[in-house]
Design a protein around this ligand. Structure first.
Ligand SMILES: Nc1ncnc2c1ncn2[C@@H]1O[C@H](COP(=O)(O)OP(=O)(O)O)[C@@H](O)[C@H]1O
Ligand SMILES: [Mg+2]
Length: 352
C-alpha cells in the first residue's frame, strides 16, 4: 500500500536543501551550468571474452542551472552510465565533466557534494532502518551531526512512522522515497533521478512528478533519465536524446516538438467517397474509404482554415474532425529510425 505524501510535506524538502551548503559553496556565485560534459566517453571492458562495450561516445552536453532536464533514450542507450560518471560511481574512459563548476577529476569531492543520485535499482540494505541509512549517508558525505536533518527529511518524504523499521519491511514506493531521502542528505543543488518511474504504479508516478516539480520550483536543478516519452514531455523543460552512446538531439522540449513541423488532420465527411476530390489535389491527402480523408501538412506552411475551405469547395459536409501532433516518439523515430520501446539492439534483453 502506497501512502500519498501530502503536498505541504513535499514542498518542505527544497528548504532543507538550500539554506545550508555542506559543500561550503553557499558564499560562491552559483554557476550558469549545473552540468558540463565534453567528449565524455566510456568503454566497459568486455567480460568473459566479450568485446568491449562503448557505452558513451564523446558526449558534449551542457545542462543549465535551474532546469528540469530529461536525458531520454531507450534501454542500453548509456543514460545510467552518463549520470553515474557524474556522481563518481563509474570511472570515465575519456573526456571531461563538471558538476556545479567542479571538475570530477580535479575537484572530485566538491563535484560529488554537489550532486545527489536516486539510483535506478531499489537497492537498500534490508537490515538498516531508514534513520540509520540516512545517518550513514550523512556520515559518508561528512555532514556534521549538528547539521543533519534526518527527522526533517524523513518527515518530508512521509517516512517518519517507518524511521525505525527495517528497510526490508518497506513497500516499493517507500523504498523509492527512501532513496530520494538518501540522495538529499548532503543538500545537493543538483538532483539526479535515474528512471524514477520505471516499474512504478500510476499513483506513485504522479507523486514523484509533483515532487520533481516542487523541487524545480525552488531552484534545484533536476536531471532525470527516462525511456518514457510522456514523462520527458510533461516534466522537462529541456531534453537531450541519447541513442547507442551518442547524443542525437538536445533542445528545449518545445523546440524539439516544433522541429518536426508535421501535423495530421483526419476529416470525416457525410458523403461516401471513391477518390480524393479534385479541389483537394494540392494538399497531401489520403482517402480512407468511404468517408475519411487524412490530410498531412506542415503547420508552418498550411493553415487549417485553407484545408477546411478546400473540403467545402468540394461540396462535402464535415461530420467529424481530429488532429494529431507529432510527439517525441516521432522525433526519436525520425532521428534514429527506431522506436524508443525497441531499445538499443544489443541490450534489449537487459531491460529491467
Ligand atoms: N558494468 C558494465 N559492464 C559492461 N557493460 C555495461 C555495464 N554497464 C552498462 N553496460 C552496457 O553499456 C550500455 C549502456 O548501459 P546503461 O548506461 O545502463 O544504459 P541505459 O541506462 O540507457 O539503459 C549497455 O549496452 C549496457 O549493457
Ligand atoms: Mg539505466
Amino acid at each position: 500500500m502506497i501512502r500519498i505524501a501530502a503536498p505541504h510535506s513535499i514542498v518542505r524538502i527544497p528548504d532543507i536543501m538550500h539554506d545550508a551548503q555542506p559543500g561550503g559553496a553557499s558564499h560562491e556565485e552559483p554557476p550558469a551550468l549545473a552540468i558540463r560534459a565534453q567528449g565524455l566517453s566510456k568503454t566497459y571492458r568486455g567480460l568473459g571474452g566479450e568485446a568491449p562495450k562503448k557505452a558513451l561516445k564523446a558526449i558534449d552536453l551542457e545542462i543549465p542551472r535551474g532546469s528540469v532536464f530529461g536525458l531520454l533514450g531507450p534501454n542500453g542507450a548509456g543514460k545510467s552510465t552518463f549520470i553515474n560518471i557524474l556522481a563518481g560511481l563509474v570511472i570515465k574512459s575519456g573526456g571531461m565533466a563538471q558538476v556545479w563548476g567542479h571538475d570530477i577529476d580535479r575537484e572530485a569531492r566538491a563535484a560529488r557534494a554537489a550532486i545527489g543520485v536516486v539510483p535506478q535499482e531499489l537497492n537498500i540494505d534490508p537490515f538498516f532502518t531508514p534513520r540509520e541509512l540516512l545517518e550513514v549517508q550523512a556520515g559518508l558525505f561528512g555532514v556534521p551531526r549538528a547539521e543533519r536533518r534526518t527527522d526533517e527529511i524523513l518527515a518530508a518524504l512521509s517516512l517518519s512512522d517507518k524511521a525505525d523499521a527495517y528497510a526490508r519491511s518497506l513497500s516499493g514506493g517507500m523504498r523509492r522515497r527512501l532513496l530520494v531521502a538518501k540522495a538529499i542528505v548532503h543538500d545537493p543543488p543538483v538532483l539526479v533521478l535515474d528512471e524514477p518511474t520505471a516499474g512504478v504504479d500510476v499513483e506513485l508516478r504522479r507523486q514523484l512528478w509533483t515532487y520533481v516539480r516542487s523541487l524545480a520550483a525552488r531552484g534545484t536543478t533536476v536531471l532525470l533519465t527516462t525511456h518514457y516519452l510522456e514523462e520527458a514531455q510533461e516534466l522537462c523543460d529541456r531534453i537531450a536524446i541519447i541513442d547507442r552512446g551518442e547524443l542525437v538531439a538536445h533542445d528545449s522540449t518545445e523546440a524539439l516538438l516544433r522541429r518536426l513541423d508535421r501535423k495530421e488532420l483526419a476529416i470525416t465527411v457525410a458523403e461516401e467517397l471513391t477518390a480524393v476530390p479534385a479541389e483537394m489535389a494540392e494538399l497531401s491527402v489520403e482517402l480512407a474509404p468511404p468517408r475519411r480523408l487524412i490530410v498531412r501538412y506542415k503547420p508552418s506552411a498550411t493553415r487549417i482554415g485553407d484545408i477546411l475551405a478546400a473540403v467545402r469547395a468540394a461540396g462535402l459536409t464535415i461530420s467529424d474532425l481530429s488532429t494529431e501532433e507529432s510527439d517525441l516518439e516521432d522525433i526519436f523515430l525520425a532521428l534514429t529510425g527506431r522506436s524508443v520501446a525497441e531499445g538499443a539492439p544489443d541490450s534489449a534483453s537487459a531491460a529491467e
